[in-house]
Design a protein around this ligand. Structure first.
Ligand SMILES: Nc1ncnc2c1ncn2[C@@H]1O[C@H](COP(=O)(O)OP(=O)(O)OP(=O)(O)O)[C@@H](O)[C@H]1O
Ligand SMILES: [Mg+2]
Length: 494
């Protein structure tokens, strides 16, 4: 087999941490190569070095037989390398088509659109070229990023945890596209910490732990247990979750709520939901059926057209976001980097974002804030070299932990958790699920929005199904099957 890429002895240090230690990785032409590791293992850093975003402190890169030094992504793209990041880089106000051709710096002819349509058809990428980015789901945005790379004639495509934001259906579609890509000669590096997916789609896997390569395996010759052990460094067992079931009072009431999406089309149609204290209500549905809008109307970033929302019998439908937060509402938003954090602010500042007022009226007590932040970082195992770096420097999974730490530590009356375990490794998923259940056990009313039916069935007491902006049914978990929920999610009826 031809080797398309070799990274030799790559070392990269950040203040306080060695992100990559003498890493060696060899990628064959035409393979899907998995890069597997826990949150903070150094996966993104290694690929950012390849893509010209960072420069390694030591080591060399051989691409297509030649030693290369990419000074910026521009150089990497020119050489035929494309990268789709964990956080997207799209202009929300422009269309798909405009985003794809953006930055080409050339006059675009009609022929170009045909070329793009050819790419779309060849790899089976479903996307409307004329749709505005702001109207797309995260899954669709990712397709735009992939399209951008393919359109620039990539030979090596790097995908950084592409499935973290995808529904199971979207994941399957992506995998089909990836298989078509390698069949036609492309090479793919696939970053993940999901073992099943690594086993499902890759040919070989390099496993990273604490910045070092643990091993390289042929996918056909390994299994989930072995991979988990290599990735985590010890045997991994998922423990069952302990639920205390108490019938509490009604905390969050959503009455006949109707709202529009960004396009002005009705996205929520007379939604009625009640969540009791101490209860987890799972909202199941395929992404794009109104979940995002529901999260937004509850939190207050989207206007309600009709209906009312009550928190503890107080009408919050017209309250400001700030007042809702003060009244005891917490949210783990789906779009973490967009609305979850202020990416230029530090770890401390982001952790305190909701509670500045608790630290003094005129003079903030920074010492107290730092102390609290330190506790939270330790409790939620946020891996960060310092409390003062901007959160944009955290790894994807650690950013997620930070938001959870902030939102769950406030003892909210009600919590909206949207896709809370997306992008987390096994240990992280277990931890977050336990935290959310603990929060419910302590009396919080929780709405768990998730496309992962296993997660919903694992955690929720009742399950509501949303389809095209309507609630198709609410069930006690014990009386409904996954199959039936799946049917409703797809628009069928029972
Ligand atoms: N720009 C940066 N400045 C300082 N530290 C950084 C920077 N980028 C990454 N790090 C640190 O390097 C380590 C490895 O991070 P990296 O993003 O490569 O992890 P990862 O394997 O991609 O994790 P995840 O699965 O959570 O995305 C982390 O501890 C992270 O905090
Ligand atoms: Mg990463």
């Amino acid at each position: 087999m031809d080797v398309i890429l070799e990274m030799r002895n790559i070392t990269k240090k950040f203040p306080g941490i060695v992100a990559n230690k003498k890493v060696n990785i060899k990628v064959f032409k035409g393979e899907i190569h998995g890069l597997l590791g826990e949150n903070g293992a150094g996966k993104t850093t290694l690929m950012n070095i390849l893509f010209g975003i960072y420069k390694q402190d030591d080591g060399e890169i051989i691409y297509k037989g030649e030693k290369v030094e990419f000074r910026s992504p521009k150089d990497a793209i020119k050489a035929g390398i494309g990268m789709v990041h964990q956080h997207f880089n799209l202009v929300e106000t422009l269309t798909v088509w405009q985003n794809v051709v953006l930055g080409r710096g050339e006059f675009i002819l009609k022929d170009e659109k045909k070329k793009l349509l050819d790419v779309i058809n060849k790899y089976g990428i479903k996307i409307n070229l004329d749709a505005r980015i702001s109207t797309l789901s995260v899954g669709e945005k990712q397709r735009v990023e992939i399209l951008k790379a393919l359109y620039r004639d990539v030979e090596l495509l790097i995908l950084d945890e592409p499935t973290a934001i995808l529904t199971p259906q979207e994941t399957r579609t992506l995998f089909e596209s990836l298989r078509k890509m390698v069949k036609s000669g492309l090479t793919v590096i696939f970053i993940t910490h999901k073992l099943k997916e690594a086993l499902d789609v890759t040919d070989r896997i390099t496993i990273l732990r604490n910045g070092e390569v643990v091993r390289v395996v042929e996918t056909a010759k390994t299994n989930e247990v072995e991979l988990a052990k290599m990735m985590v460094g010890k045997e991994v067992v998922l423990k069952p979750i302990k639920r205390q079931k108490k019938k509490g009072k009604k905390v969050l009431k959503i009455e006949n709520v109707t709202a529009l999406n960004d396009e002005g089309v009705e996205a929520l149609k007379s939604i009625n939901l009640v969540v009791n204290s101490g209860e987890i209500l799972g909202l199941a549905g395929v992404s794009g059926n109104g979940q995002k809008e529901l999260e937004e109307v509850i939190v207050g970033v989207r206007r309600i057209e009709k209906g009312k929302i009550y928190l503890d019998d107080i009408d919050i439908s017209r309250m400001s976001i700030k007042d809702r937060i003060k009244s005891g509402l917490s949210c783990i938003p789906e779009d973490r980097l967009g609305s979850g954090v202020a990416s230029k602010l530090s770890v401390v500042e982001n952790l305190m974002l909701r509670d500045f007022e608790n630290y003094g009226k005129f003079n903030l007590d920074f010492e107290k804030m730092r102390k609290k932040a330190k506790e939270l970082v330790e409790e939620f195992d946020v891996k960060t070299p310092s409390l003062d770096i901007p959160v944009s420097m955290l790894s994807g999974g650690n950013l997620q932990r930070l938001i959870l730490a902030r939102e769950l530590s406030r003892n909210p009356k009600a919590l909206i958790a949207s896709q809370p375990t997306r992008g987390l490794d096994i240990a992280g998923i277990e931890y977050v699920r336990k935290k959310i259940v603990d929060t419910a056990n302590s009396g919080t009313a929780v709405i768990l929005i998730s496309e992962d039916l296993d997660e919903i069935f694992h955690m929720a007491d009742r399950i509501a199904v949303i389809y095209e902006g309507q609630i198709k049914g609410v069930f006690d978990k014990d009386v409904v099957t996954k199959e039936n929920v799946g049917i409703l999610m797809a628009g069928g009826s029972l």
